[in-house]
Write a protein of this length. Structure first.
Length: 340
């Protein structure tokens, strides 16, 4: 069962009020890495539980909760990209990893077939005369055809059915889908609360990791468990002393690092340069304050804004670079040019 994080207490109370007049579609949204999907799963479990607790949480012990914990509840469907299914290490009936059977890269989109499959699910009667729950995340992963297919279901929702959508960015969703969902904001936790949680997870240098992830504690924890710090520091050193020569050398050294990570790190760096220039504050990389402050004297605000827009466009295509090394070279050379 999905447990709530400490910072979700107020949101859970708001959810209890919303349940009294439950809409057919709810869109949970907020910053990535703050536990939105876990919160939505807790809501789904509570809706399907046959003996919920006084505070509205699922009991965790009834038959429905047992099914839910195994993702086998007949009235529950979870729709997400193939890539997330494989990250979860799911297996087939013979216990063999699905990933090992295919050399094809798993899709990061939610496809139309996945949405259409909900049609059969919603055409049969509910188990024990209860309700159906569909959890879909992240909603921005819906490709165009899948989004239009889902829209038809939201326009004419079947009875006793609730859609729970989770999104990291409302600006990436169709306005028509937004208009048919009740929006439910899940705010960023307070810094002290996030640091306390990270300390409980034995994360070293919690303040540094939290800052680098923009205050998102789950993203900070995940980053701390990986081996990305060395690659990040290599990129940040290049960004702090931009030049054509160092750009080419850095691209060579980092060509095996996920391009999406590199673009995200550079994007945060540019935000910090802009923030330092306009207000003297640093959000993501306070340990590079001296380097960031120096860069602000070498660039105009309008140029910075243009660079931020450009790296945002890069982020949209970073999932599928044809030649990672050339992509990184181009990104770093373009960056160096704004300080020349």
């Amino acid at each position: 069962m999905s447990a709530l994080y400490p910072w979700h207490g107020t949101a859970w109370q708001q959810w209890q009020q919303l349940r009294e007049r439950l809409p057919h579609a709810i869109l949970f949204y907020g910053a990535q890495g703050t536990g939105k999907t876990d919160f939505a799963e807790a809501c789904a479990a509570a809706l399907l539980c046959e003996t919920p607790l006084a505070d509205g949480h699922a009991c965790g012990s009834c038959i429905a909760c047992g099914w839910f914990s195994q993702y086998s509840h007949p009235d529950y469907r979870r729709v997400r990209p193939e890539a997330l299914e494989e990250e979860g290490g799911e297996t087939d009936e013979e216990g063999e990893s699905k990933k090992s059977k295919s050399t094809k890269a798993p899709s990061k989109d939610i496809k139309i077939d996945q949405v259409r499959a909900l049609g059969d699910f919603m055409n049969i009667s509910t188990h024990r005369s209860g309700m159906r729950v569909v959890l879909l995340h992240p909603a921005e992963a819906l490709n165009t055809a899948a989004a239009n297919s889902l829209l038809k279901m939201l326009e004419e929702p079947p009875p006793h059915t609730t859609f729970l959508l989770v999104s990291n960015g409302l600006d990436r969703l169709l306005p028509t889908i937004l208009s048919r969902c009740r929006k439910f904001a899940l705010p960023m936790p307070e810094r002290a609360e996030a640091l306390q949680w990270l300390a409980a997870q034995d994360v070293k240098d919690a303040e540094g990791w939290l800052a680098e992830q923009g205050g998102a504690p789950l993203a900070a924890w995940e980053a701390s468990q990986g081996d990305s710090r060395e690659a990040m520091d290599m990129l940040l050193r290049q960004l702090s002393q931009p030049s054509v020569e160092s750009a080419l050398k850095t691209a060579e050294a980092l060509q095996k690092t996920p391009v999406t990570d590199l673009v995200a790190w550079q994007q945060r760096w540019l935000y910090d340069v802009l923030s330092s220039k306009l207000s003297g504050t640093i959000r993501y990389y306070p340990r590079y304050r001296k380097e960031l402050d120096k860069l602000t004297q070498r660039v105009e605000t309008a140029t910075l804004l243009g660079a931020i827009k450009a790296v945002g466009e890069r982020r949209a295509i970073a999932d599928h670079p044809l030649a990672p090394k050339l992509f990184i070279e181009d990104m770093l050379l373009e960056y160096a040019a704004i300080f020349s």
